[in-house]
Design a protein around this ligand. Structure first.
Ligand code: SF4
Length: 402
């Protein structure tokens, strides 16, 4: 077979990740025109929306939202800005939001304030008469962008050609992946997981095969593998830009867990040094991090889990508790504001929101709501029926497991 070396490419979303990082804690929305100066990609929209002040947008959104009544539902991911979250009919992590969307049978329009793969999942799970709208089409996810379906298909073929054990590798994809990758898992005996049910899906997969191909987040995969008793010696990382992912056939044969080389640009900012600093400042601090953080950080923390888990840790802590959190800053700031009897702070002192979530500026929300009131569906996200059907298979398997 021809073994070709590809030219590595970095997703634009990854390059743009630090565009909104600041050294102070000022994250209030500015007019879109002002935010455009950050130099990242934004979707074009009528100029009048760009010039509106945050106050004008606020009034306009409230008015448009009220006119739409039950025909529209607004979903807000935990990592969205406060100016968006205040209009969310429901707030949650990616999977909760999609499930909620699927349960909203009266709403013709689902406005998903999150990122692209989430809107795709909502479209897969919603009814055909419902439209899922992503207010800014440039709101992607750098992690999802690190696993392109063509590269995954090449990897899948290489693994089967070299290992010759067709059907023995079970693909698991994290929710944070494209519909095409979820469909690939559906077609090939695989499953979708979230950060809360990843261990249960590993157990499910290992009952059916001897190896797992985990996409696209190597850190969630590694942290979960370790929890499930898979040693580091039994894991390899698949670099899509190298022949055989950068592994020898021998290494692949010995592997029980093949980790796609992807990561979250937000959660890999957290370091063990930040945890040590938090412990030095607050000896009684509880450190909780998301499992998309690196293995060293997860092991140095007191606990780790999904955004919903982190919310619970904070809510259940006694008044006066000090909690350092390793996840996205908009969520940490909200947790701090909602729990004034506790000291809640982000492990990273530089304020970095998820730059792609941050692209859902209020101007975009205002634009799509106005469109609906004028009978125009702006930015509808649709997944073709074949892909949706196969993706539903892997999502349904997940629902049957947990
Ligand atoms: S926080 Fe990370 S995984 Fe989540 S949407 Fe942002 S880049 Fe993607």
């Amino acid at each position: 077979m021809v073994v070709e070396q590809r030219i590595p490419t970095i997703p634009i979303t990854e390059i743009e990740q630090s565009a909104f990082c600041q050294t102070d804690d000022e994250l209030r929305a500015k007019s879109l025109e002002d935010e455009f100066s950050a130099g990242v990609r934004w979707q074009k929209l009528p100029v009048s929306y760009m010039r509106m002040s945050p106050e004008e947008l606020d009034e306009r959104i409230a008015e448009a939202r009220a006119k739409l009544g039950d025909s529209a539902v607004i979903l807000g991911h935990h990592y969205q800005r406060d100016e968006i979250i205040k209009y969310a009919d429901y707030r949650g992590d990616s999977f909760n939001l999609s499930q909620f969307a699927a349960s909203q049978k009266n709403a013709e329009n689902i406005i998903f304030c999150g990122v692209h793969f989430m809107a795709e999942t909502a479209d897969i799970l919603s009814a055909p008469y419902q439209s899922v709208i992503l207010p800014n089409l440039a709101a992607g996810c750098s992690m999802a962008d690190m696993a392109r379906i063509d590269d995954v298909l090449d990897c899948w073929d290489d693994l089967h050609d070299e290992l010759g054990d067709d059907g023995d590798i079970i693909p698991i994809t994290y929710m944070n992946s494209t519909a095409a990758i979820k469909a690939h898992c559906g077609r090939n005996g695989g499953i979708v997981c979230t950060s809360s049910n990843a261990p249960a899906t590993f157990e499910w997969a290992l009952e059916r095969g001897s190896r797992i191909l985990f996409l696209p987040d190597q850190h969630l995969g590694r942290n979960t593998g370790l929890k499930m008793g898979i040693s580091l010696d039994e894991m390899v990382v698949w670099n899509p830009f190298k022949p055989f992912g950068g592994n020898s056939v021998e290494e692949l044969r010995n592997a029980r867990l093949i980790l796609w080389q992807g990561h979250c640009s937000v959660h890999t900012r957290f370091t063990v040094q930040q945890i040590e600093q938090a412990r030095a400042t607050y000896p009684d601090v509880h450190v909780v991090v998301h499992p998309e953080c690196t293995m060293d950080v997860v092991q140095a923390a007191d606990s780790n889990g999904s955004t919903e888990y982190i919310k619970r840790v904070v809510a259940d802590a006694a008044p006066g508790s000090v909690i350092a959190v390793g996840t996205e800053i908009s969520m940490v700031k909200r947790l701090a504001a909602e729990n004034p009897d506790k000291t809640i702070f982000c492990l990273d002192s530089v304020v970095c929101p998820c730059s792609t979530m941050y692209r859902i500026h209020p101007a975009y929300l205002s634009w799509v709501l106005d469109g609906l009131n004028e009978g125009v569906v702006v930015n509808r996200i649709t997944v073709d029926e074949d892909t949706a059907e196969q993706a539903r298979v892997s999502l349904d398997r997940m629902l049957a497991v947990v």
